[in-house]
Design a protein around this ligand. Sequence first.
Ligand code: GLP
Length: 241
Amino acid sequence: MKLIRVENYEEMSSSAARLVEQQILDNSRSVLGLATGSTPLGLYEQLIRGVHERHISYKQVQTISLDEYCGLSADHPNSYRYFMNGHLFQHIDIQLDNTHIPDGTASPVEAECQRYEALIDRIGPPHLQILGLGTNGHIGFNEPGTPEASVTHCVKLEESTRKSNVRFFSDLDSVPMHAITMGIQSILKSEQILVLASGKKKAPAVKRFLAGGVSEDFPVSFLWKHPHVTLIVDKEAYSLA
Ligand code: GLP
């Protein structure tokens, strides 16, 4: 694994943006795997600036998002579709048809998971997968205990994950109990994986990840099985490592 240590959130975001933009310059038809959460917001701001300042074009790029809350429709302000549209897609020259996110309202949910995994295999897997890191080591919504062989599936969210994400909602009761997420195996299919971690809250998880060892109760540790992972951490996230 390649470790890139930077000073702060801004540097983490611009360093990640350079890697994403290089991928697109190398292959204008790149498939990007995208994450939600606060961590990649700075990266997405940089990518938007890159369209104007560095003439990066997303016209032929496809994106595959990691996850979506169950029960939230695309126009729900807390859905990940809404998040991705508002924070990235609306501001770059990507074709919305080329942006893929699980449908949290699809029924039965199992069929949607199968459709999504087939889509990953058909148009992907991503050349470059962006990942944030949950404080409990989750990636996407793969909570501790998720098997390595998992593909896209529906998960019951842990209380700690719902509490971490309550800041985006009006109250805890409004945070969905379930989500659809790409599985560990789906994520490991990507050609390259870029993990971002910023801030003190992530320091214990970064420490445990960097200590090595693969364990089902710490999902990000499965990335040790992948040959091409880059971790960008800022000073605070690295402070316990
Ligand atoms: C959510 C998302 C993850 C994300 C994690 C960390 O649970 N499903 O993909 O990595 O939160 O979020 P944040 O970046 O806000 O710390």
